[in-house]
Design a protein around this ligand. Structure first.
Ligand code: MN
Length: 194
């Protein structure tokens, strides 16, 4: 069920062996946590930063969105840093909180509209101020789409990512393959709220 509703796809910049973008998701009894991180630059050092960001989230799943990002900021100070988005969804209520630092795209895609989540200026690992933590009440069918700047910023039509005959994993891969501009590492994380 989880595999069907959450999908992650990443692709390194051409010529690179490792991808500087990393993402992951976790499902606990109470919550679903999503994160996507874009390590500054490319290559192994970028991958090390973004993977450290993902690992830090995994070790802090019980905390608030804001606290999770603060943990990441602390851990990443020994790396070159990253842009990162963290989403925490309370499964019982459908309440989601979203916090994004740096250049990362987070979009709510609904049957009848779109909303962008704001990104706070800064670098995870080098600090940020006035973190903008945003809330959303998710209803069945809503989609959260997180992607790095390896894809151009654009509103993705609901029909493009809501076909439940296609797994979220395949859908994330399709979006990445068709939209990544090829001049940077690229990543897409797609979540369908059931
Ligand atoms: Mn990038």
């Amino acid at each position: 069920m989880v595999i069907e509703t959450i999908g992650l796809a990443t692709r390194p910049l051409a010529g690179q062996v490792v991808c500087g973008d990393s993402g992951a998701y976790w499902v606990t009894d109470e919550r679903i946590v999503l994160t996507l991180a874009d390590g500054l630059g490319h290559g192994p050092e970028a991958a090390r930063a973004s993977q450290a960001a993902v690992d830090a989230v995994g070790a802090a799943l019980h905390l608030s969105c804001e606290e999770i990002l603060a943990r990441c900021d602390g851990v990443l100070h020994t790396t070159r840093g990253a842009a990162q988005v963290v989403v925490v969804i309370e499964r019982a209520s459908g309440r989601g909180t979203v916090a994004c630092v740096g250049n990362m795209r987070a979009q709510l895609v609904q049957r009848h509209g779109h909303a962008w989540f704001a990104c706070t200026r800064g670098i995870v690992g080098a600090g940020y101020r006035n973190l903008d933590v945003q809330s959303v009440m998710l209803v069945s069918g809503d989609i959260l789409l997180l992607y790095s700047d390896g894809l151009p910023e654009q509103s993705i039509p609901y029909e493009r990512c809501s076909d439940t005959a296609v797994s979220a994993e395949d859908q994330a891969r399709e979006l990445l393959d068709t939209l990544a501009h090829g001049r940077d590492d690229a990543s897409v994380l797609l979540y369908r709220h059931g």
